[in-house]
Design a protein around this ligand. Structure first.
Ligand SMILES: [Zn+2]
Length: 383
């Protein structure tokens, strides 16, 4: 259904009529049956428009930006062009009232802001060093936080980077380099996966893992310990002093990692409009789908009473159950989808929609890719 709508593969009766099929082109309600009619004017689908809150605001947006294919295809324009890129380097800041190395137990965290999509995500990291002072009280001895730099923003990367920063600036605490993280990815990567695996060129984030192993080996691998700490626990749940130390330090690290993520430039206005567009796309896609289903239901009931197609010369794309054909069987739709997904960078389609196409149409996509390669090879050979 989604594929058909996105690929403009819906055939309301007026479209069939225009293409020469034997139908009066009228909707069940008596009006001319176009896509716009079905989605915006037809009394039969009125309840869905109400349900998905397509009130005056949406109608106004539609009047202001009638060119958006969002209105009938559920697609929105590529919205990320004006977004400032993430910082290149990873700037970092020590808390100047504390030490500028980690002499206690290290607690690190990675965090992401603007997590609407991988394009908007901006990450930060932090390390807090904590220990018990001579009178047995918990104290933070050092705090370091920063923005995670580079185009590849991902919270897991920020988590690994935090541990790298700890090891780079740590001195042993009771003979060990002890580091706590609330990231299972990091802790599992450390204990459960061999170095050869995480550092192999095929592995995700191997660039960072290689740096970690380089520093850890210099310090002595046997003296480095990485542990898991539960995230965001309340201090009231602490079972002992050591547990309190973990809870407080993890909480502080979380706070600072968010602060670090906030160091990236981000255009809040643009981000808001992206959020709005995404919302609109989702709401619209749902509403469009419901409206279409309703009309298919009506068409199915009519199919048997109708006269067969008038002319054999027409392409085999329609009958009076044309929509049903398009939704379930027509190979042309898959072709459309594949072409649309190929053209995505030029057409400016929303990636989530394209992902949805691709996950639905992979097999036909592969065949078409194969044919495409053959054609290109043929042209290359002949030319
Ligand atoms: Zn109607």
């Amino acid at each position: 259904m989604l594929r058909t709508i996105c690929a403009h593969g819906v055939w309301p009766k007026f479209r069939l009529h225009e293409a020469g099929y034997q139908t009066d082109g009228k909707c069940k309600c008596g009006e001319v049956d176009t896509l716009t009619h079905r989605l915006y004017h037809c009394p039969i689908t009125h309840e869905f428009r109400l349900q998905y809150n397509r009130g005056p605001e949406v109608m106004q947006a539609r009047a202001d930006q009638p060119h958006l294919c969002c209105w009938t295809n559920g697609l929105v324009p590529w919205p990320f062009d004006g977004l400032p890129p993430p910082l290149d380097l990873s700037p970092c800041y020590w808390n100047s009232s504390m030490e500028s190395h980690f002499s206690g137990i290290g607690f690190g965290d990675g965090s992401g802001l603007f997590g609407l999509s991988t394009k908007t995500l901006r990450c930060g990291w932090s390390v807090v060093s904590s220990r018990f002072n001579s009178s047995g009280q918990i104290e933070h001895t050092a705090e370091l936080y920063g923005a995670f730099g580079g185009m590849h923003q991902e919270v897991n990367r920020a988590e690994i980077y935090a541990s790298l920063m700890y090891l780079t600036h740590a001195v042993p605490y009771e003979g060990k380099y002890t580091y706590y993280s609330d990231s299972s990815y990091l802790v599992d990567g450390w204990w459960l996966k061999p170095k050869s695996l995480v550092c192999s060129g095929w592995a995700l984030h191997s660039d960072l893992w290689r740096k970690i192993y380089k520093v850890a080996e210099e310090l002595g691998l046997e003296s480095v310990e990485v542990f898991k700490v539960a995230a965001h626990r309340s201090i009231r749940t602490a079972v002992d002093m050591y547990d309190s130390l973990k809870i407080l330090s993890n909480g502080r690290a979380d706070e600072l990692a968010k602060k670090g993520a906030g160091l990236h430039p981000c255009n809040q206005l643009l981000y808001d409009s992206i959020t709005q567009l995404k919302y609109l796309a989702v709401v619209n896609a749902k509403c469009i789908t419901r409206c279409m289903l309703k009309h298919i239901e009506l068409l199915e009931q009519e199919t048997l009473e109708r006269v067969p197609i008038e002319s054999k010369a027409k392409p085999d794309v329609g009958s009076f159950a044309a929509d049903t054909h398009f939704f379930v069987a027509c190979p042309m739709v898959l072709t459309d989808v594949f072409i649309v997904s190929l053209l995505r960078p030029w057409a400016g389609l929303h990636p989530s929609v394209v992902e949805a196409y691709q996950s639905l149409g992979t097999r036909s996509g592969l065949w078409l890719m194969f044919i495409f390669v053959l054609v290109v090879a043929h042209i290359a050979a002949v030319g």
